[in-house]
Each structure stands twice: as C-alpha cells, then as structure tokens.
Design a binder for this molecule. Structure first.
Ligand code: PMP
Length: 296
C-alpha cells in the first residue's frame, strides 16, 4: 500500500508523521472522506471545496491548488490499483514546537490514504440499523462549528462510546437546545406525514455532501422536503428513518431508542435514485476523458 505524504507516494511503513505534528498534539487540522466508484471520485469538487472551507474556518492555508490535490488523489488511487475505494485526505497544521499558536507550524502536513472499500453488510440495507439519542450533545456552533470537518472528533467519539454501550450502531445527537442534529459520522432524515425532514444547518451540523444530493433528488422527484428544527418527539413517530454519508450512502434505520421502523419505500426509492445519480456522474466524468479519472 502506498500513501501520499507531503507530496510523494511512500510505502505505508514509511508513511509516518512527526510526534510534534499539531494534528497529533491538538487535533488541529481538517479532512475529507471521499468515495471512489469505478475509479471515479464521486463529488470530488464538492469535497475539495468543503476541505478548503474547513481549512479557512480554522485559519489554515492549504499551500496547493485544488487541481494539484486532485492529481495527488488520482496518483494515490493508481499506485494502489484501486477502483472501488475510499480516500481519506487529511491536512493538519503541521510540525511545530509545543504550543497552541498556529504560527508555530510553517507547513501543513498533507496525507492521502486510499483503501479498498469493504461493502457494509447487506443486512444493514435490508433490515436497517439502530440509532440512539445519546446524552452527549453536539458541539455548539458558537464553540466549535460542526461545519468545520476537523480532526477534533472527541465530541463524536464520546457519542459513539455511549452508542456502543447501548448496543446501537449510530447516534443522533441533540444540540444543547434539545434539537436533533446529526450522527457521529452521518446526517439523519425522517419521513413523516408525506414530508422528508432533516435538521437544518442552523441546528449545528455538517452540511453532508450526501445529504445535499438526497435533498436535490427528493425535490426533483416531487417529494416535500423540510429542513428545520426538530425534537426527538418529532422523530419518534416517523414512518421511515435513514442516515446518509459518503461511504454509507443511504442506510435505513430500524430503531431509534425504543421506537421501531420498517424499511420503507421512500428510503428505497431515494437510495435507488442516489445510485443512479452516482452512475450518471461516473459516466460523465469518464466521457470527459481518461486524464480525469486516471486509468481503464
Ligand atoms: N456528519 C458528520 C459528523 C460526518 O462526519 C459525516 C461524514 N463525513 C457526515 C455528517 C456526512 O457527510 P458526507 O455526506 O459529506 O459524507
């Protein structure tokens, strides 16, 4: 396995970062996870735009143009002969003396890891997964805005620990005002009274790229969509619940706390539409020429 580290491909054993890297010391950095279908990175521009936005929200300048990052992503995929994969692109503040001041770090550390994507168990999609609403509240927007996709993941990890203790797969965290936000690695949707509902960005969530695609597809297919402030009492009586993320796509939810749900038609329909959207995207990128997607 080859890892892209500081501008070059190195064997995984040599892909090591300094103990003085502020990503390691303070979680000071940002990242993106992308999914690759048939050698094409889905929604690449959107992911990279979000990466630059996250970086700018923490005052971190990525010293490379977007095109250069794209080339590095494809070089990493080619070096590892990967076609169905995920890519994790990390930009940390870089190496510097101990101390919080970002100016201590002259150069960000950029790492690209590409690995084969192991399919999630089929049963997850057929039967759904369980969610809990944990005690851990989502970070306040005014403290650490969840729109920053940062390396600082302890909020999510604390929720994940609770989730595992309660035997569930994913959480949907509330904010400090008791409104639904998002999962530890996913956005959440529910279908109720003929409307597809999902917490709005103002609730303090990451603007998931999958979430955005699903909203667009739902609107295109004539579904009513409401982005708003919801409580757990709004969610419990829903007809269908599902979560979204780049790697999970749309995953049905069969249980939230003690409430049970069937895997419903709206979830199935939207997942099918999502898959079709991916296929169209992949075909379009390939039609633009091999230089963009690397190899046959
Ligand atoms: N929320 C959080 C906290 C996440 O970590 C993720 C995964 N990146 C998502 C939502 C889903 O975002 P996306 O659809 O862009 O993968």
């Amino acid at each position: 396995m080859q890892v892209h580290l500081k501008g070059r491909l190195v064997p995984v054993k040599e892909a090591v970062v300094s103990v003085f890297d502020h990503g390691f010391l303070y979680g000071d950095g940002v990242y993106e996870t992308m999914r690759v279908y048939e050698g094409v990175t889905f929604m690449l521009d959107e992911h990279l735009r979000r990466l630059y936005r996250s970086a700018s929200m923490i005052g971190l300048t990525i010293p490379l143009e977007m095109d250069s990052l794209k080339t590095s992503i494809y070089d990493t995929l080619i070096a590892n002969s990967l076609k169905n994969a995920f890519v994790r692109l990390t930009v940390s503040r870089g190496h510097g003396p101990i101390g919080l001041d970002p100016d201590l770090c002259p150069e960000p550390t950029i790492v690209i890891i590409a690995q084969e994507l192991k399919d999630y168990p089929k049963s997850f999609y057929e039967k759904g997964i369980s969610l809990v609403i944990p005690e851990t509240k989502r970070n306040l927007m005014e403290a650490l805005n969840p729109r920053i996709k940062s390396l600082n993941f302890l909020n999510n990890i604390l929720a994940k620990i609770e989730t595992k203790k309660r035997g569930a797969y994913e959480a949907v965290m509330l904010n400090v005002y008791g409104k639904l936000t998002e999962g530890t690695i996913s956005n959440v949707f529910f279908y109720k009274d003929g409307i597809l509902c999902t917490p709005s960005l103002e609730c303090g969530i990451l603007d998931g790229i999958t979430r955005g695609v699903v909203i667009d597809l739902a609107l295109r297919d004539g579904l009513g969509v409401k982005e708003g402030e919801f409580t757990k009492e709004d969610l419990y009586p829903a007809a269908e619940v599902f979560i979204t993320s780049t790697t999970l796509e749309l995953m049905p939810v069969s249980k939230v706390d003690d409430q049970k749900y069937a895997v419903g038609n709206i979830t199935k329909l939207l997942h099918k539409a999502y898959r079709e959207e991916v296929n169209v995207y992949v075909a379009n990128v390939k039609a633009e020429g091999p230089s963009l997607w690397g190899y046959e």
